[in-house]
Write a protein that binds this ligand. Structure first.
Ligand code: FAD
Ligand code: SIN
Length: 533
């Protein structure tokens, strides 16, 4: 797969800044890594909008870890491997489950206050977990973590945070296959700058915005993934997209999640005829894996000619207190969860694939690391176990920083080298006339939802491929620089997802092909990765 190396132009006399660790993204992965790195050198966090905007801040259900005395890393591993449907990297899962409890304790020490009951942690249960092991802060766990980590970052003398700083491109030397910095667009001043660092860490989150229905916030446009691809990183497992079954139904692009922990606490699903249907699809009923529940909902809505099914929370004792965030949001939309059924339908939720990394967060490009949802560490395989993502977010930063000795030894790159290495021939050229980025986004979201969504087949994927290529060729720059950059990134990522989804002629985890509906371990216990060449 071939694409360009840059989407921005390196303008003469661009202001230049040095730091030791440059972290792109201020979700759980970026913030936690920053705190760890700050023990070794200067850290700069750049984030594209405000610190509030991330998937992290929206996370509801909680963070999974074998912290309970009757639980064990082994049991957590069993559930993670089962969910991952044969494609997890066992070494990575071992790191996740065995180092996870210690990192979670650090998170608590950093100020993340999880719910307690009778003096002990109040664990909740979510789909495909063999036991209750999810720590939570009511139904707004991510925000509790985010606020605690932001406070730590703001008070640390070695950490600088800059909002409204958008990663355009990664900078490096293509022959040496290294990365030493980033080209950044400051959206408040409308100016660009160069940041050079000894280590560049991509923590830019997932790709949910590629889909017309998603739980993900506006920032989830796969920028870091696409920039890493352009500079030569391997991008793996992109056919595996997780669709969350229960998202509050509405026609808005950014939709509100109704946490899986609602079903963990006894919430039940009904079709619009009032029939409880999950027993037709899985003995695990409402707590079956997300892909199974999402397809079941799709099947019920198709059969009944409705756009949604109902989630009944009325039988959950104390639902209003246990789920205050969900209660409030539903009430704002005229739904009282204690009396009314909640209309829900699936939405794109999580990107299992990403920038392929080693167990130490290394990308294969010297100096460039990735962590959090942007990375593919191998812990999720074909499907992520609920609440393993926040956990992954606090794990690999520590491991990247374990190499701080080596990192701090790296020499500083001189300004003139940056200009020498930047080859203008590799800058993406937009069409002179055609579709503007904002319109292209809507078109892309519909194509992806329709043909590269919960159920896929060869014909639909090929059609999606052609339509995305057309958008890629005919998109103009428009008048909004940010929208343009994001759209090139989304189109690049869409091409990778479609390519991988066409390649995998079987169904497994977050990838379901109606023309190959069976899991086929004989031929497909393998991974797809793409590299820009
Ligand atoms: P994010 O938190 O998404 O942060 C990405 C950061 O990168 C943002 O600050 C963004 O602004 C920045 N960024 C992006 N592009 C650029 C750019 N070009 N330049 C500069 N900065 C950029 N997981 C769980 O484990 N438990 C849960 O209960 C849970 N609930 C969820 C509920 C919702 C509604 C959603 C959407 C996800 C949920 N998840 C949950 C998944 C989990 O929240 C995410 O996978 C995780 O928070 C990702 O963290 P991150 O740090 O990798 O990315
Ligand atoms: C949820 O609360 O349902 C989301 C949990 C997750 O995505 O891990």
């Amino acid at each position: 797969m071939i694409t360009t190396r840059y989407i921005g132009e390196l303008e003469p006399n661009t202001p230049l800044f040095y730091t030791d660790f440059l972290i792109i993204g201020s979700g759980i992965a970026g913030l936690f890594t920053a705190i760890k790195a700050a023990a070794h050198g200067q850290v700069t966090i750049l984030t594209k909008k405000s610190l509030k905007e991330s998937s992290t801040g929206l996370a509801q259900g909680g963070i999974a870890a074998a912290v309970h005395e009757e639980d064990s890393p082994f049991l957590h591993m069993e559930d993670s491997l089962e969910a991952g449907a044969g494609l997890c990297d066992i070494g990575a899962v071992n790191v996740l489950v065995s180092e996870g409890p210690e990192r979670v304790r650090e998170l608590m020490a950093a100020g993340a206050a999880f719910d307690m009951k009778d003096g002990s942690i109040d664990f909740t249960r979510e789909g495909a977990h063999g036991r209750a092991r999810v720590l939570h802060a009511a139904d707004a766990t991510g925000e509790a973590i985010r606020v605690a980590l932001v406070k730590q970052c703001f008070t640390h003398p070695e950490i600088t945070v800059r909002e409204n700083h958008f990663l355009i491109d990664l900078l490096g030397n293509s022959e040496r296959e290294d990365c030493y910095g980033a080209l950044i667009y400051d959206t408040t001043t409308d100016r660009q700058s160069i940041y050079l660092a000894r280590a560049i860490i991509i923590a830019t989150g997932g790709a949910g915005q590629l889909y017309a229905n998603t739980t993900n916030p506006d920032i989830a446009t796969a920028d870091g993934l696409a920039a890493a691809f352009r500079i030569g990183c391997e991008i793996a497992d992109m056919e595996f997209i997780q669709f969350h079954p229960t998202v509050l139904f509405s026609h808005e692009t950014q939709r509100f999640l109704i946490s899986e922990s609602v079903r963990g606490e006894g919430g039940q699903l009904y079709n619009i005829r009032g029939e409880r249907f999950m027993s037709k699809y899985s003995p695990m009923l409402e707590l079956a894996p997300r892909d199974v529940v999402a397809r079941a909902i799709l099947s019920e809505t198709t059969a009944t000619g409705s756009e949604y099914v109902f989630l009944d929370m009325t039988k959950i004792e104390g639902a209003k207190e246990r789920f205050p965030n969900i209660y409030r949001t539903c009430l704002e939309r005229g739904i009282d969860i204690e009396k009314d059924m909640v209309p829900v339908s699936p939405g794109a939720h999580y990107t299992m694939g990403g920038i392929k990394t080693s167990l130490w967060g290394e990308t294969g490009i010297y100096g460039l690391y990735a962590c959090g949802e942007a990375a593919c560490t191998g812990v999720h395989g074909a499907n992520r176990l609920a609440s393993n993502s926040l956990l992954e977010g606090i794990l690999f930063g520590e491991r990247i920083v374990a190499k701080a000795g080596e990192i701090m030894y790296r020499r500083k790159v001189r300004e003139e080298e940056v200009y020498q290495d930047f080859d203008r021939a590799w800058v993406h050229r937009s069409a002179e006339e055609g579709i503007a980025p904002r319109e292209a986004k809507k078109a892309l979201q519909n194509i992806m939802w329709e043909h590269v969504g919960i159920i896929r087949d060869e014909q639909g994927l090929k059609q999606a491929g052609q339509e995305v290529e057309k958008l890629y060729r005919t998109m103009t720059r428009g008048d909004d620089r940010l929208a343009y950059y994001e759209m090139v990134n989304m189109l690049t990522t869409a091409r990778i997802i479609i390519h991988a989804a066409l390649w995998r002629r079987e169904s497994r985890g977050g990838h379901y092909r109606s023309d190959y509906p069976q899991r086929d371990d004989i031929h497909w216990l393998k991974h797809m990765s793409v590299v820009n060449c």
